[in-house]
Design a protein around this ligand. Structure first.
Ligand code: CIR
Length: 255
């Protein structure tokens, strides 16, 4: 959770065509741009350098950069999204990643992995199989991770939930913020787990970024709980990204 850099990408006008499991309304670009600016400002306020990439009209979901790459201390791994419309985002991200890393690997396929399904903790890499991440993709990822000395453990994303990290986030090396439904699967045994408040499940996709926890606004009981636990919480509007099943972690690559 300690980072010197992050990569973000501006939302494009084509965001209205972004993928969503359920149609709960069309995202408003201006509102999304305002929230995105707040998000970038919060990242920068910690002293990190933020590489801000241009919008790409051809890829409506490209603002959700997290799904394209896994950034580890030893190198970066280009993902292979399970959503066909998102495949092209990886090539768009590659030149920036090559500028940042000497060792860049890739999930070769035919399997799939999206970054939203990967949680890197202080001791291991958890990968949730989901509609976007399959066994073959996880196996490819495990091979590269092992070469770099990481333990990888395959877990499961709850049914109806887009990504593993839709329901959890890392608060510090040993502490995970999770929904009760995900924690109930037993995947966090041995960790300190903080539950988001009942009815505030969408607060689980937060990020710990240096001294801050960035979380979606509108979840007062979870924000208060985190504050009491000693975290410095910054609330960012997520109303527009939420219409596309996106949250705080999706909007950046952190390393
Ligand atoms: C999608 O369905 O792929 C996008 N609309 C949302 C991606 C969210 N990404 C993430 O949770 N890492």
């Amino acid at each position: 959770y300690e980072f010197t850099r992050a990569i973000t990408r501006r939302p494009s006008a084509s965001i209205v065509d972004g993928l969503r499991a359920e149609d709960i309304g069309t995202p408003d670009l201006d509102k999304m741009l305002a929230a995105h600016a707040d998000y970038v400002a919060a990242l920068k306020s910690t002293g990190a350098k933020v590489i801000e990439l241009n919008a790409i009209e051809a890829h409506p979901d490209a603002v959700f950069v997290e799904d394209t790459t896994l950034c580890l201390p030893q190198g970066a791994i280009m993902m292979r999204p399970g959503a066909p419309s998102r495949m092209g985002e990886v090539a768009e991200m590659l030149p920036t990643i090559r500028d940042c890393y000497d060792d860049v690997r890739e999930i070769k396929g035919p399997g799939h992995v999206e970054g939203g399904d990967i949680l890197v903790t202080g001791r291991e890499i958890l990968v949730g199989r989901s509609d976007r991440t399959d066994a073959k993709g996880v196996a490819d990822l495990a091979e590269i991770a092992a070469e770099w000395g990481h333990q990888l453990r395959e877990v499961f994303t709850p049914p109806g939930v887009l990504h593993f990290k839709t329901d959890c986030s890392l608060m510090d090396a040993e502490t995970i913020l999770s929904t009760k439904r995900l924690d109930a699967s037993g995947c966090f045994e041995g960790y300190r787990v903080l539950h988001v408040a009942e009815g505030e499940e969408a607060a689980a996709n937060a990020i710990r970024f240096n001294n801050l926890v960035l979380m979606a606004s509108g979840f007062p009981r979870t924000a208060e709980m985190l504050d009491k636990e000693g975290y410095q919480v910054v609330e960012i509007s997520n109303s527009e990204c939420a219409k596309l099943d996106g949250g705080m972690s999706c909007l950046s690559l952190r390393f």
